[in-house]
Design a protein around this ligand. Sequence first.
Ligand code: HPA
Ligand code: ZN
Length: 335
Amino acid sequence: MNNFIENLPKAELHLHIEGSFEPSLMFKIAKRNNIEIPFKSVQEIEDAYKFSCLQDFLDIYYQGANVLQTEQDFYDLTYSYLQKCAAQNVRHTEIMFDPQTHTDRGILFETVINGISKACNAAKENFGVTSLLIMSYLRHLSEDDCFKTLEQSIPFKDKITAVGLDSSEKGNPPSKFAKVFEASVKEGYIPVAHAGEEGNADYVWEALDILKIKRIDHGNNSLQDAKLVQEIIKRDLALTVCPLSNTALQVVKDLKEHPLKKMLNLGLKVTINSDDPAFFGGQVNENYKQIQQALDLSKETLYQLAKNSFTYSFLDAETKNKYLAELETYYQNNK
Ligand code: HPA
Ligand code: ZN
């Protein structure tokens, strides 16, 4: 089964590039930039990665991102993640980045976007991995602050496909960002949002009805409301589920209790993703492997999950069909 997963062509639709920052690379970049980090060794960093909720994690995540200073740093971070994609048969990835995490400490928007997008171009050239970018607003900040980020992004619009909403969910409902999402859509960005990770079903409703999102990041708590589940199915919105993130942040107690099978049985379009792989114990293939074991998923289900990852990506129809055809051949030859 693990072999089937490793070779399965797939896409990753929920990945924070800052959350792919491995301790070893963090040390290397900190040293290069002469920045003190509050850890003496890779082991100390790994030991600190124990969380009891989303906020615990975010505090450490923002600390790690502080060492990123130059375009080269953002390039190295992104290229390192894309190399791992190639090794895992991830054909396509939709990468979230948090500009405010960097611009709020004096790094230019262009430093961030140029480093990330140059790495994406190089990875396409060197490994054939395609990618697109999702600019995520930090929901613990004000809507005005997000408007500034939207303005800064305009000269780089051709490099950005979608806008997202992440960071501390509770107390920061989607409705707080109604205007900036409306303006973002006017600029041509596709709206997505984290919803129903720690927040309740009413946050998912707001993300649907007010932000008009085209995909739901996490969405676990949608299951609280049968009407909402029906609405998500009616609108044909996929959920980007992140199993190891869910257990690391205690959204789900144990993988054996993960609602993924229930979601599929209800007719929800689910995809498997790593969220913040450097922090949550595994890349996307590890997420597939562990959830497969915990829920005893069949090859057919794994194929369906991979199929959803391409179908619900924001790729153009031609590229999407190319990947879907490759997946189909793989499944027919390996089922
Ligand atoms: N939830 C909210 N914000 C985040 C996450 C997450 O899982 N990862 C990085 N920022
Ligand atoms: Zn996330």
